[in-house]
Design a binder for this molecule. Sequence first.
Ligand code: PEP
Length: 257
Amino acid sequence: MTTRTPLMAGNWKMNLNHLEAIAHVQKLVFALADKDYDAVEVAVLPPFTDLRSVQTMVEGDNLKIKYGAQDISAHDSGAYTGEISGPLLAKLKCAYVAVGHSERRQYHAETDEIVNAKVKAAFKHGLTPILCVGEELDVREAGNHVTHTLAQVEGGLEDVPAEQAGTIVIAYEPVWAIGTGKVCGADDAQEVCAAIRGKLAELYSQELADQVRIQYGGSVKSGNVAEIMAKPDIDGALVGGASLDAEEFVKIVRFRD
Ligand code: PEP
């Protein structure tokens, strides 16, 4: 059986300036210093403007706090005002990049084609994409949440070779649970995460599907994380609001304590 190291990632969204970022990561570093976190990987996804500051905080330490960006341009360079490319993120030694977050899909009209181009851009520059997928409330109420989410997985991975797909992280984030306080029940989250693994097996192989980490995201807090993490196909959490409170995020990371 494949062992998947859980990944707890904090998506700061458009919060915390570079000075606040330093103070925040410092708290994480101190709070996790007494533990051996080989068993749980920790990452933060700050705004672009914080990445350099965050890099200086975790550089050279062995605490395994990784960091990444919340978005990536599909292009490598050129006249794309306001965009941030893979080479720029790689230069800052980002490990991860969120791709296709529902807020990007909703407010920036990101289609599966765009998301797919961004997944490829991330891999091209050595970044691990966290491919975000999940349904809106009306889709769930109509009972189409699994089909909808699997179509996003397939769209995001189109023409992505197995050597790359095997290292991707997929975050199942039902849109109606993001920032709303409404958590998807652990059984419901498990249902979709298992279906995502099944889709990976169909697209690639069972072996590959067994190695990919699938996170749940949507109003995760210290009070509900253990129940979610107890599910066999859930390998971590993508945490928005609760990751802005260092103490709360540490409790989430230490869900096993
Ligand atoms: C997110 O932004 O990916 C997210 C899951 O947010 P929240 O935890 O606030 O619902």
